[in-house]
Ligand binder design. Structure first.
Ligand code: G6P
Ligand code: ZN
Length: 543
């Protein structure tokens, strides 16, 4: 095996989005495409000679091939060691856990998260730093800048490393350690949650369905929930990760996890339902005939955190992304702790977690997590709920309705308009950006606008400024309309419209969400002229 220096030319568009570089598999399969990006990561980091990296992914199509490419390139670039998940498998939170536990220089995670997998679907790659979290913008900007000037990369002439056998080996002078993909993560979960109580909850006959959507949460959920917690075999369904996710769209929301929703709406529904996404960082929590919104889930976890051993000492603070509902703000207020509002993107929580300012974080996009790792964590969120169910003896529905009775309900929904033409979508946002400056104090749909702006964030830890993070219109009764373009889509542009209305009166909490939000939905459509500008009269996905 010899080190080779291969001449290359930049590819256009290797700009990492909200969560790394995501493109169609066939784009990644072009000669030099992945290599250019990986070398750009290494170069942007100032080289990786002598460093230790973690490597793994969600097992989707192209995962195994990419692992081999990256192993060769890491060896050729002089890395001391790569710790790789067996079979190339590491969920995103597990990768974060391993980076932190073994204090490595960083890690490369192969995933396009909740986007479908397969030859004609998506693949993705991102770099996480030594805190286990997604690289901050200054690093991703440097990676992108490097992709525009790259002229060569280093690799080995030919090598295939056996990533299926556990243990240590060598690749062209670099150490390679193939680790059990689940072990370190499962150990961390046992430190946080009351496993004996949850085991007793299952032993008492309580039932659950965890839908892994044929993605990477399968091995984690099976080993922890069916194995360590003693839930009956079959509790985890679609638990074997497949390269095409068995055709599932591995996004745990009511629109895509339809099998689970049907199970939870049936007369024979188990006590608890949950699902996770392609790389196991997202979660959906479901009760009987009830989908818990991610925003409510965050608020409920925060309100009850003291029941969980890992959080028994209380929370330093909480954080949510701007479009996430303000339900958790009310809990923070009651607990007398800080609540931070960040732009969309888990990476913005990193500094708050590192600085000990926030303990729990969450996003409306089915992401919840804590300072135990630096990624959102689907299986962790499910275990947190299991711990609450076991500790209180209450059902999901009871926990939710009691929460609303105490804090009020934030009716919440997100309307997505997917695969729009990029230009009209940008124009729609640009027009709104102009319009909002004049809205404060005016009436819209019978409500007074208290604040209207394009959200900007000044990081309280490092002072960095992030502008243009979404148009928000906040009414004086706490209702909100938020518009932004997705940073994770791979086809055209996706307009997201987030709608929220606060209702204090428990007698009104039983309303159907879309009906409760009908007035705001109308205002949102008219204000942005969604139909006129996009030609769409209904959203493609409503969650
Ligand atoms: C990923 C990110 C999240 C983000 C979500 C939606 O899951 O990790 O932080 O909230 O995508 O992002 P988008 O830009 O598509 O709304
Ligand atoms: Zn994900």
């Amino acid at each position: 095996m010899t080190i080779q220096t291969i001449a290359t030319r930049p590819f256009e568009g290797q700009k990492p989005g909200t969560s790394g570089l995501r493109k169609k598999v066939r784009v990644f399969q072009q000669a030099h495409y992945l290599e250019n990006f990986v070398q750009s990561i290494f170069d942007a980091l100032g080289g990786i000679a002598g460093k230790v990296l973690v490597l793994g992914g969600d097992g989707r199509y192209h995962n195994r091939a990419a692992v081999q490419t990256i192993l060769c390139m890491a060896a050729a670039n002089g890395a001391a060691k790569v710790i790789v998940g067996q079979g190339g498998i590491l969920s995103t939170p597990a990768a974060s856990c391993v980076i932190r536990k073994y204090q490595t220089f960083g890690g490369i995670i192969l995933s396009a998260s909740h986007n479908p997998g397969g030859l004609d679907e998506d693949f993705g790659i991102k770099y996480n730093t030594d805190n286990g979290g997604p690289a901050p913008e200054k690093i991703t900007d440097a990676i992108y800048a490097r992709t525009t000037t790259i002229s060569e990369y280093k690799t080995l002439d030919a090598a295939v490393y056996d990533i299926d056998t556990l243990g240590s080996g060598q690749l062209a002078g670099m150490a390679v350690e193939v680790i059990d993909s689940v072990l370190d993560y499962a150990a961390l979960m046992q430190q946080l949650f009351d496993f004996p109580a949850i085991r007793a909850w299952f032993a008492a006959g309580h039932t659950m369905q965890f839908d892994s959507l044929s993605a990477v949460s399968g091995p984690y959920a099976t080993r922890v929930i069916e194995g360590l917690l003693g839930a009956p075999a079959g509790t985890v369904v679609n638990g074997v990760p497949l390269e095409d996710f068995g055709g599932h769209h591995p996004d745990p929301n009511p629109a895509h996890a339809t099998e689970l929703i049907a199970t939870m709406n049936a007369a024979t529904a188990p006590d608890f339902g949950a699902a996770s996404d392609g790389d196991a960082d997202r979660n959906m929590i479901v009760g009987r005939n009830l989908v818990v919104t991610p925003s409510d889930s965050l608020a409920i976890l925060a309100a009850n955190a003291k029941l969980v051993p890992g959080y028994a000492r209380g929370l330093a603070g909480v954080a949510r992304s701007m479009p996430t509902s303000c339900a958790v703000d009310r809990v923070a207020k009651a607990l007398g702790i800080a609540c931070y509002e960040t732009p969309t993107g888990w990476k913005f929580f990193g500094n708050l977690l590192d600085a000990g300012k926030a303990t729990l974080c969450g996003e409306e996009s089915y992401g919840t997590g804590s300072d135990h790792v630096r990624e959102k964590d689907g299986v962790w969120a499910v275990l947190f709920w299991l711990n609450l169910l076991a500790a209180t003896g209450k059902s999901v529905n009871q926990l939710v309705s009691e929460h609303w009775a105490t804090y009020g309900r934030n009716f919440y929904s997100r309307h997505d308009y997917e695969a729009l033409d990029v230009e009209p979508a940008n124009a729609l946002l640009a027009a709104l950006r102009e319009k909002v400056t004049t809205l404060a104090g005016t009436q819209l749909g019978g409500k007074t606008v208290a604040l209207a702006d394009d959200f900007a964030y000044d990081d309280p830890v490092d002072g960095s400024h992030s502008g243009k993070q979404g148009i928000r219109i906040v009414f004086d009764d706490g209702s909100r309309i938020v518009y932004r373009l997705s940073g994770t889509g791979t086809e055209g542009a996706t307009l997201r419209v987030y709608l929220e209305r606060y209702e204090a009166d428990p007698a009104q909490h039983g309303q159907e969400t879309q009906a409760a939000l009908a007035g705001l939905i109308k205002v949102a459509g008219e204000l942005a002229d969604i139909a006129g500008r996009t030609g769409r009269t209904t959203p493609t996905v409503v969650t």
